[in-house]
Design a protein around this ligand. Structure first.
Ligand code: FAD
Length: 420
């Protein structure tokens, strides 16, 4: 098969590592719009657009340390090296992704500074055309493929909620995608919106320089966290005026800046409608097992899931897809795949889960990965990955301020120890 991989972040590298294996005899080309591998782990001081007028992809900030221990952040056949700490600096993850790329000799397949502009299905035998721009030469070409793995990442297109009065507010407004260093909020009174992983991390980080922070969220049970004195928890915002914020509890505060830690929007602007993939509030359908396009199974979307052990999971998704593309397994019928997806959607609806949580796995991670491995006859992820993930998830909420000081060590496929 001739396979296109779009993006050379962790998902694209996993796609390359397996699809280029000799046993498959595939021809593989990876298009990467930046000049490096690593995707979101490639820190850039600037925000906005790059020299080619494309949006800066990375959402990393300068001081970022991982929110999962490195013991969970390797690939199944390529773990992170030993280190004094488990929660490591972003630079170590980028080094690791480069070393993975070199170890498996993947760089030869990557066309850097090539931006995929359009992916289109051109005939019923699932031949794909990809229009790509060589950014350096400013030349657009079209190339044909038998199959496409989309690995474009989902943390770069900021989601900014609409708030009454947003357009008249005279202070600074920033999304976490553009945040790099805490000095931007030095001596300011800031409202932080959103209590996802970034919201919690960033509220603590900017508290070191900001004068006062109003942390606005609607998560229950966080009030027990011993925040520094300059962080005041607030409910959702009702409205903004030129210089102040009115909260839903009726309180009104003068503020200098609004900091949106409100997540990201999934987007596939380069997928033509012939691809048969739709996005509605970050819910991507119709997909079999969150990865295979049901309309056109030679299109796979790697890396949509969140709250998972990302690199391990991408590796598993790639291995899953290749079992079918290589003919070792046959895809179920379109009806069966749709039935499977719709059952999952129905369960979510019954539980009242919002659409934007469709790809959030968390405690469903173990059954999901076992399902993929069983269906495709491939190796599961080691059980210790799941048990350590559960431990870390609990730690995050129980011990938000200190949890990164814990050091873990994997003993074998089933056991880990907590060293500090
Ligand atoms: P990305 O890393 O985003 O890579 C996508 C690549 O596709 C990029 O290189 C991009 O340039 C390229 N691309 C996009 N569109 C095109 C196009 N049209 N043409 C060509 N190339 C294109 N995960 C963890 O496991 N632990 C953590 O501690 C953690 N911390 C995080 C902190 C932050 C601030 C963020 C934003 C994410 C964090 N994550 C963390 C999640 C992280 O996104 C995943 O770990 C993982 O890196 C995602 O990999 P990816 O390959 O799917 O996407």
């Amino acid at each position: 098969m001739k396979i296109a991989v779009i993006g050379a972040g962790s998902a694209g590298l996993a796609a390359l590592r397996h699809s280029t294996l000799d046993i498959y005899k595939n021809e593989v080309i990876c298009y990467e719009r930046t000049d490096q591998v690593g995707g979101t782990w490639v820190y850039r001081e600037e925000s906005g657009v790059d020299q080619y007028g494309l949006p800066i992809h990375t959402s990393m900030y300068k001081s970022l340390r991982t929110n999962l221990p490195k013991e969970l952040m390797g690939f199944p056949d390529y773990p992170l090296p030993d280190a004094p700490e488990s929660f490591i600096h972003r630079t170590e993850i980028l080094d690791f992704l480069n070393s993975y790329c070199d170890h498996f000799k993947l760089r030869q397949y990557i066309r850097f500074l090539h931006n995929v502009e359009l992916v289109k299905l051109v005939d019923k035998n699932h031949k794909w055309s990809i229009r790509v721009k060589d950014l350096q030469k400013n030349i657009v070409t079209v190339e044909m493929f038998d199959a496409v793995m989309v690995c474009n990442g989902h943390f770069s297109n900021p989601n900014i909620p609409e708030i009454k009065g947003q357009d008249i507010f005279k202070g600074q407004q920033m999304h976490s995608h553009d945040y790099r260093v805490p000095e931007v909020f030095k001596d300011k009174t800031v409202v932080v919106f959103g209590a996802g992983p970034s919201g919690f991390d960033l509220v603590l980080e900017i508290a070191k320089t900001a004068k006062k922070i109003f942390f606005s969220h609607h998560i229950h049970g966080t009030t027990s966290i011993a925040f520094p004195d300059n962080i005041i928890q607030k409910p959702d915002v009702e409205e903004l005026t030129e210089h102040s914020v009115l909260f839903k509890d009726g309180s009104n505060e003068l503020v200098d800046a609004i900091f949106y830690c409100t997540g990201y929007k999934y987007g596939f602007s380069f997928l033509d409608e012939t691809c048969g993939v739709h996005v509605d509030s970050n819910m991507v359908t119709p997909l079999w097992k969150h990865v295979v396009s049901i309309e056109n199974p030679t299109l796979a979307l790697i890396g949509l899931l969140t709250h998972v052990c990302a690199f391990n999971m991408w590796d598993l998704q790639v291995r899953f897809v290749l079992q079918f593309w290589s003919g070792k397994k046959n895809f179920p019928s379109k009806e069966e795949m749709l039935k499977d997806q719709n059952e999952e959607l129905r369960n979510l609806t019954i539980k009242g889960t919002p659409k934007n949580h469709f790809h959030v796995l968390n405690d469903k991670q173990d059954s999901y990965q076992k399902d993929l491995a069983r269906i495709a006859d491939i190796q599961t992820l080691p059980p210790v990955i799941m048990s350590l993930y559960d431990e870390c998830f609990a730690q995050f909420f129980d011990n938000l301020i200190e949890y990164r000081n814990t050091k873990y060590k994997l003993i074998d496929d089933h056991h880990f120890v907590k060293l500090v």
